[in-house]
Design a binder for this molecule. Structure first.
Ligand SMILES: Nc1ncnc2c1ncn2[C@@H]1O[C@H](COP(=O)(O)OP(=O)(O)OP(=O)(O)O)[C@@H](O)[C@H]1O
Ligand SMILES: [Mg+2]
Length: 218
């Protein structure tokens, strides 16, 4: 399965979601590859900051031909996660076309909801070529006990993609663990952050698009 973590808006949590999701998938025994499709190279920098053994390989592939180059490599892995670039349309398009499912991190703010329209547009264009392509929103930086979360969910639903129940809260452990090239499940496996990352992975597995074989059997 290839999961693209994408949003044309900068700073919404693409790298935070991609690195943590990759770590939890690897911890439960999947062969995981993290693809840094952002010329800023944040996932590559995250991985270089690490002192211990890596949980999974991270490669840089910030190319508009990603959708053509990735399938060969991806066949050696159970889960491939793409950390997408903000703003650059041809990179975004390639990452979307390379994905089976696109995960769109959004912060609970009206600016993020409005800015999602560009990413939604790119995904809807790609769905014309790839009808089995799925997309879901994931809320990042939730602030516990605030009402804005509910407003954002209903505003996002108008784009026609589901909003996952699982999401990440605003927690300093996400930034602190990243400084050391760690995921939150390694930095503090018993933390609430570790729990929410595991919940996100579990919910994503349920929404995973069916393979051709599974669709035929259904
Ligand atoms: N849930 C969170 N709680 C606390 N800090 C967070 C959270 N999510 C992200 N951050 C911090 O916010 C900043 C931006 O996050 P991140 O780099 O993951 O976003 P991005 O979408 O990948 O950005 P870019 O568009 O530049 O690639 C980082 O410093 C990160 O540590
Ligand atoms: Mg990033």
């Amino acid at each position: 399965m290839i999961i693209g973590v994408l949003n044309q808006k900068g700073g919404v949590g693409k790298t935070t979601v991609a690195t943590n999701l990759a770590a939890v998938c690897a911890k439960v025994g999947n062969r995981v590859l993290l693809v840094d499709a952002d010329p800023q190279g944040s996932s590559m920098a995250w991985s270089s900051a690490r002192e211990g053994e890596p949980l999974f390989p991270v490669i840089s592939m910030a190319k508009p031909t990603l959708h053509k180059d990735l399938p060969d490599l991806a066949s050696d892995y159970d889960v491939v996660i793409i950390d997408g670039a903000p703003r650059v349309n041809d990179l975004g398009r390639a990452a979307i076309l390379a994905s089976d499912i696109v995960l769109i991190p959004v912060q609970p703010s009206p600016y993020d909801v409005w800015a999602s329209a560009d990413t939604v547009q790119l995904i809807k264009e790609a769905q014309q070529y790839k009808e089995n392509l799925k997309a879901v929103f994931v809320i990042n930086r939730r602030i516990v006990n605030t009402a804005i979360g509910r407003d954002v969910v209903s505003a996002l639903q108008q784009f026609g993609f589901p909003v996952l129940t699982a999401g990440f809260s605003q927690r300093v452990i996400y930034a602190e663990s990243a400084m050391q090239g760690l995921s939150v499940i390694e930095a503090d496996p018993k933390s609430e952050a570790a729990m929410e990352v595991a919940q996100l992975a579990a919910e994503l597995i349920q929404t995973k698009p069916k393979t051709k074989k599974e669709r035929k059997a259904a």
